[in-house]
Design a binder for this molecule. Sequence first.
Ligand SMILES: [Zn+2]
Length: 225
Amino acid sequence: MKEQVMLNRVCAECGEPIVVTHQTAGDIIYYQKKTYHSKCFRKLCKGKRRKAGDKWDKALQDFDTIRFKSNAHFNDLLIRDELYIFIMEQYKIEVIPSFVWQRLNEIFTGTYKGMTKGIPPSHLLDMWRRYIRKLNKIAAENTVKGKTFNTDMRIRYDLVVLINKYDSYLKWREKQKILAAEQQRKILERNKSFIDIKTIQTKSKEHCEQNIENEMTGLVDDIFD
Ligand SMILES: [Zn+2]
């Protein structure tokens, strides 16, 4: 059972603890390396604002952008945590070996040898989850052939496989987007004549998500081939 990842912070304005999860991240502000409840941040800006156009006035004007960036910042941290938990669970290790931290950083930034672009943590995690069965199969086949890898070697090996599959993964994602749009269009067309358009939008989205999920499950095996 997967635990919900969370980050514990303290609001730099009211001093109360803040629990950041994917659900709450949208309402938490990260500004100049400090964390705030969005309400507290607004209050702070209003209190500190001395004249129009000063730093705090600007922060208030840019509130939506700051909130959007904060959300991205926290989601990225949460996904990194999910990735570390995933690695520990899948490879049955208590701590992440230091070379893995280093390798992951090189992968995120695209500085690992032979890489032309970085792989964002969210893509790496998604790709790894979808591909883990295949990676386990490859490991089992290697063992049969007499090539037994210890955990470190196995992770190194698997990361190289994932890096090499990244282009196919990106193509696959694109294809999923097109399929989803196509599916949505068909459902909308099918229902247009007899149901209120607003109801459809919600329903078709659900149908569509369900269909995509079904299709994705079917595709998992040949995603990256
Ligand atoms: Zn607060």
